[in-house]
Design a binder for this molecule. Structure first.
Ligand SMILES: [Ca+2]
Ligand SMILES: [Ca+2]
Ligand SMILES: [Ca+2]
Ligand SMILES: [Ca+2]
Length: 344
C-alpha cells in the first residue's frame, strides 16, 4: 500500500517508504522539535532538521526522532562548513570545506584509498583509474581491440582469424580463446600477439556465442542449443535444447559467465534482443527481459559489470537482474564478440 507522506491525518505507523525530504522545513532558530510522525525518516534516509543553524540527521532507525548530530548538510543539499564536515565518516573533510575528501558521500573514496577500475577517482588525486589497465578484449570481423568501458577509448591490437566470438579462461591463466565460424578454436599468445589453431578436428559446431566459466568449462550457443565443449579438442561434451524450458531462445551473438558463475546469453527471438539466464544446475533457460537493443553480438563480464557490444558499435551496460540496458558509448566499430576480464 502506498504511504501518504503529506496527509495531515496520518496517524499510521511511523514509517515512510520513499525518500522525499520532509516538508515543511523546520525553521532555523527554533528549538529542535521532533517532526510529526508522517515526516520521520525511513531507515537509510537522512532527515535534515534545522536547529540553531545546524543541519541534523535522524539516527537512522525509522521510528526514532531526530538526534542532535550535525551532518554539514543544508536543506537545499548544500554544505554547512561551519564545522569540519566529514559526512561519510572516512576521516577526511569535505573538499568544499577545505578538506581533501573529493567525495564526502562515499567512505570508500578518499586520499590513500586504492584506485579501482570504475568511474571514480577513488584516491582523490584528480585522475580516474590511473596506473591501472581497465580494458577488455572485443573484436570486429577483422580486428582485436582493447576497450576501456570507463574512459571510452579503444586500441587496435592485432587482426583476428575470422572469429565469431571469444572468451578468456579464468585468472590466473587468463588465456584468450577464439571461436571461428568454420573451423574451431584458436588461442591467442599475448606475448607474441599471434593466434594458433588447436588440434580440434573433432568438432565444428559453428556456433556464434562462446563463454568460459569460472572453472574453465567452455560453452557454445547456437540457435536454441547450448553445448559444453572440450576446450582443447573442441569435442562436444554435452548439449541441451534451451527451448525445452518453454522460453523462445535463439542465440543472437554471445553468451557470458559473470563472477558469480551465472550464465547469460542474448537471444534474437524477439524483435530486439532478450537477455536469457541459464540455470547451471537445471540447464533451464529463464527470460530476464528485453534489452531494447538490437544485434548484441558481444557480451563481457568485466569489473563487476555486464557489458553488451552491438554490431553497430554501441557499448551497453546491462543489468543482469532486470535486463534494463543503457547505452554508454557509440564506437566507430562493428563488434562481433567480446571476452570477459580476469576481474569479472
Ligand atoms: Ca569524508
Ligand atoms: Ca569520502
Ligand atoms: Ca585517482
Ligand atoms: Ca577508479
Amino acid at each position: 500500500m502506498m504511504q501518504c507522506m503529506a496527509c495531515s491525518n496520518d496517524t499510521g505507523p511511523d514509517v515512510i517508504t520513499d525518500q522525499t525530504p520532509p516538508i515543511p522545513w523546520d525553521p532555523i532558530g527554533q528549538n529542535d522539535t521532533p517532526p510529526p510522525s508522517s515526516q520521520t525518516a525511513d531507515a537509510g534516509w537522512t532527515s535534515v532538521y534545522a536547529d540553531a543553524g545546524v543541519a541534523l540527521r535522524d539516527a537512522g532507525n525509522d521510528s526514532e526522532t531526530d538526534v542532535d548530530e550535525p551532518t554539514g548538510r543544508l536543506p537545499d543539499g548544500g554544505v554547512d562548513c561551519s564545522f569540519p564536515v566529514d559526512y561519510d565518516n572516512d576521516g577526511y573533510v569535505d573538499h568544499r570545506c577545505g578538506g581533501d575528501d573529493c567525495n564526502d558521500e562515499n567512505p570508500y573514496i578518499h586520499p590513500g584509498a586504492n584506485e579501482a577500475c570504475d568511474n571514480d577517482d577513488n584516491n582523490c588525486d584528480g585522475n580516474i583509474n590511473e596506473g591501472l589497465e581497465c580494458w577488455f578484449y572485443a573484436h570486429s570481423s577483422t580486428s582485436l581491440y582493447k576497450i576501456d568501458p570507463f574512459l571510452f577509448t579503444y586500441e587496435y591490437v592485432v587482426s583476428v582469424p575470422s572469429l565469431f566470438d571469444m572468451d578468456t579462461t579464468p585468472a590466473p591463466q587468463f588465456k584468450l580463446y577464439g571461436l571461428t565460424g568454420s573451423g574451431w578454436l584458436k588461442t591467442f599468445d599475448e606475448d607474441t600477439e599471434t593466434w594458433s589453431t588447436l588440434d580440434n578436428s573433432q568438432s565444428s559446431i559453428g556456433g556464434n556465442g562462446f563463454a568460459i566459466d569460472n572453472y574453465g568449462r567452455a560453452f557454445v550457443t547456437k540457435s536454441s542449443k547450448l553445448y559444453e565443449v572440450d576446450l582443447q579438442t573442441g569435442a562436444i561434451i554435452e548439449e541441451w535444447d534451451l527451448s525445452a524450458s518453454g522460453v523462445n531462445v535463439r542465440s543472437s551473438g554471445d553468451c557470458v559467465v559473470n563472477k558469480n558463475n551465472s550464465f547469460f546469453m542474448t537471444s534474437s527471438a524477439s524483435p530486439l534482443d532478450d537477455l536469457i539466464y541459464v540455470d547451471s544446475s537445471t540447464m533451464q533457460a529463464v527470460l530476464v527481459g528485453n534489452t531494447g537493443f538490437d544485434a548484441i553480438w558481444g557480451l563481457t563480464a568485466a569489473f563487476g559489470n555486464l557489458y553488451g557490444l552491438t554490431s553497430a558499435g554501441k557499448l551497453l551496460l546491462i543489468n543482469p537482474d532486470t535486463a534494463e540496458t543503457v547505452e554508454l558509448y557509440d564506437f566507430p566499430l562493428s563488434f562481433y564478440g567480446a571476452a570477459s576480464t580476469a576481474n569479472r
